[in-house]
Design a binder for this molecule. Structure first.
Ligand code: PMP
Length: 508
C-alpha cells in the first residue's frame, strides 16, 4: 500500500495509465504520441482537455493536483512522475521539470526579433491569410442596434450594450451633469483625495440592487476580478474555479498567493470530490464560477454551487458580467433568476461595461468584506477612482433597470427569436438559450474570421471568438443580443449568415 492508501503502483504502470487517459481524451491511437511530447503544444491539447485528463488521473489515484503542482509539467512522463511521488508520499522529486533542466537564455535587444513577437506575426499570417483582420474594427458612432463602420451603418451584433443603457438619453444626461459638477476625473485615489459623494451613492445603489450590505467599485471590470482575488485570497487559502472562467479570474487566481485548482466546466461531482479531499485544510476556500459563460452563453447551475459551498463551508463568488442586468424576472442577475436568498452568494462580482452601459467593476458583499477591501484591495487603494460621468451614468442605469422592466422584456423576446431562428436554420448555437450571448459554432479560426468579414460586407457586424478564448477547432461567431435590436434586424443577420453558410458548405 502506498502512503495515501493507494495500491502500490510502479512508475511504469502509472506512465502507461496516464498515457492511456490522454489517448482517450484526445481520441487518438496511443502509439500516435510519446510520453515526452509537449502536452500543450505538441499534442494540440487545449487547456480544457488537459483539465479533463487530469481530473481522470486524480480520480484514478484519489489525489488532488493543484495548479502549482502541475504548473512546471509539460510531458506525460513528468505528470506520471508527479503522481508516483504523490501516492508514495514523496516531496516531489521534480517540483518542476524546468528546475532539473539547464536553462538556455538568448539576450535580446530588438523586440521585433523576439520569439513572442515572431509567434504573433506567424499566427496572424496563418489565421488571416486573406488579409482581413477582424480585431480592432473601428465603430465611429454610438453602439446600439447599429453602429458606423467605414462610414457605413451596420447592424451591430457584437457589443455588450444588452439593455441599451449606453446612449440612453437619461444616462447621457446624468453623465453630462456629473461632468459639469465634478469634471472628467476622480483626480486621485478615493482612499486619499479622490472620494466623492457620487461614488458612495453608486455603491449604495449597487448594494441595494444586488441585495448585499455594501459594494465597492473599481475603474475596470477585468482589473476588479484580478485585484479582488489577489487581495482577498492569501497564503493558506484555496481557490477552486471553473475551467471555462474568464481570463480575469484565471489571472487573479494566478496572482493570489492561495493554492488553486480548476474543475471541468460545471462538473459538480468533480468539484465535490475536490472539496471533500481538502475539507481539513486551508483557512478560506473560495469557489469561483460565472453566472453566464461568455463564450458559450450557458447559465451556470448556481443553486448547486450554493449547496456545495454550504456543505463544505466555503465562500462562493459569482462573476455576473453577463448575467447581471440580463437574467432574472427583473434582470437582477443570478439571485433574481434562481430566487436565491441574498446570502447564498457571498461575493457578487459585476462589471459596469455590459448591461450597465459604462466602464468599471464592482464587488457586492457583506459589509465586513467590503470594509476590508476598501483598505486592502490594491487595485482600489492604489488606483484613481472611476471617472465621475461613468459613475453617474451607471447609477442612472440601475435606477432605470429597477423602475422599468421593458428593456429586459424586449431583450428576452429578441434572444428567444434569434436562438430559435438560428436553430431552424440548422446552426449549432453551443449552449445558448436564455442569455444575451449566442455563439454560432463554425470550426477553424480562419473560417470564423472569413465569415465575420463577409457578414460585415452584408451589413452585419459580429466578431469571431477564436483560440485561446475557445478550444482549438471550436471557433465561433459570437452574437450578442440587445434590447435595442428589432426583429427585422435579427432576421436579416440570421438569414445573411444562413445564406453564407449554405454557399460555403457549412450548412446542408
Ligand atoms: N468577467 C467576464 C466573465 C467577462 O466576460 C469580462 C469581459 N468580457 C470581464 C469579467 C471583464 O469586464 P470588463 O470588460 O468590463 O473589464
Amino acid at each position: 500500500m502506498a502512503a495515501n492508501g493507494n495500491p502500490q503502483a510502479s512508475l511504469s504502470e502509472i506512465l502507461e495509465k496516464v498515457h492511456a487517459i490522454f489517448a482517450e481524451e484526445l481520441q487518438l491511437d496511443p502509439s500516435a504520441f510519446s510520453n515526452d511530447d509537449d502536452l500543450s503544444t505538441g499534442l494540440g491539447l487545449d487547456s480544457l482537455a488537459i483539465y479533463s485528463a487530469i481530473t481522470e488521473i486524480e480520480d484514478a489515484y484519489q489525489i488532488v493536483l493543484n495548479d502549482s503542482d502541475i504548473s512546471g509539467i509539460s510531458t506525460i512522463s513528468g505528470l506520471a512522475q508527479l503522481v508516483f511521488d504523490r501516492i508514495n508520499g514523496f516531496v516531489s522529486s521534480l517540483s518542476s521539470e524546468a528546475d532539473t533542466q539547464e536553462r538556455e537564455y538568448h539576450r535580446l535587444t530588438d523586440f521585433a526579433e523576439s520569439p513572442e513577437y515572431l509567434g504573433l506575426r506567424q499566427r496572424m499570417a496563418e489565421t488571416f491569410p486573406e488579409g482581413f483582420n477582424p480585431y480592432f474594427v473601428p465603430h465611429d458612432s454610438l453602439i446600439r442596434d447599429t453602429s458606423v463602420v467605414n462610414g457605413k451603418e451596420v447592424i451591430n451584433l457584437g457589443s455588450y450594450n444588452y439593455l441599451g443603457m449606453s446612449g440612453h438619453p437619461e444616462t447621457m444626461q446624468a453623465a453630462i451633469d456629473a461632468i459639469r459638477k465634478y469634471g472628467t476625473s476622480a483626480s486621485g485615489s478615493r482612499t486619499l483625495a479622490g472620494e466623492k459623494t457620487l461614488y458612495q451613492q453608486l455603491e449604495k445603489a449597487i448594494a441595494d440592487w444586488k441585495h448585499t450590505e455594501d459594494a465597492i467599485v473599481c475603474t475596470g471590470g477585468w482589473a476588479t476580478n484580478l485585484t479582488f482575488l489577489s487581495s482577498f485570497m492569501h497564503d493558506g487559502d484555496f481557490i477552486v474555479y471553473d475551467a471555462l472562467s474568464h481570463n480575469s479570474i484565471a489571472e487573479g487566481v494566478a496572482l493570489s498567493r492561495a493554492e488553486s485548482k480548476a474543475f471541468p466546466h460545471n462538473d459538480l461531482q468533480t468539484l465535490e470530490n475536490i472539496l471533500h479531499k481538502v475539507q481539513d485544510k486551508y483557512n478560506k476556500v473560495l469557489i469561483v464560477v460565472e453566472g453566464v459563460y461568455s463564450m458559450d452563453g450557458d447559465i451556470a447551475p448556481i443553486p448547486e454551487f450554493v449547496r456545495l459551498k454550504k456543505a463544505y463551508k466555503c465562500f462562493l463568488m459569482v462573476d455576473e458580467a453577463h448575467s447581471g442586468g440580463v437574467i432574472g424576472d427583473h434582470a437582477g442577475g443570478c439571485d433574481d433568476y434562481f430566487h436565491l436568498d441574498p446570502h447564498d452568494i457571498d461575493i457578487k462580482y459585476g462589471t459596469l461595461s455590459k448591461a450597465l452601459g459604462t466602464c468599471g467593476g464592482y464587488i457586492a458583499a457583506d459589509k465586513e468584506i467590503v470594509e476590508y477591501l476598501r483598505y486592502f484591495m490594491s487595485g482600489f487603494v492604489f488606483s484613481a477612482g472611476i471617472s465621475p460621468p461613468l459613475a453617474a451614468a451607471c447609477m442612472k442605469a440601475i435606477e432605470i433597470i429597477r423602475r422599468d422592466n421593458s428593456a429586459a422584456t424586449k431583450l428576452h423576446e429578441n434572444i428567444r427569436y434569434f436562438v430559435r431562428r438560428c436553430k431552424e436554420e440548422g446552426m449549432n448555437t453551443c449552449l445558448a438559450g436564455e442569455s444575451a450571448v449566442v455563439p454560432v459554432l463554425i470550426g477553424s479560426d480562419q473560417d470564423a474570421a472569413r465569415l465575420s468579414a463577409e457578414l460585415l460586407d452584408e451589413g452585419v457586424f459580429v466578431p469571431p471568438a477564436m483560440y485561446p478564448a475557445v478550444p482549438i477547432g471550436e471557433s465561433r461567431l459570437r452574437f450578442t443580443i440587445s434590447a435595442t435590436h428589432s426583429i427585422e434586424q435579427l432576421e436579416k443577420a440570421v438569414s445573411s449568415l444562413a445564406k453564407l453558410m449554405h454557399e460555403e458548405g457549412f450548412l446542408k
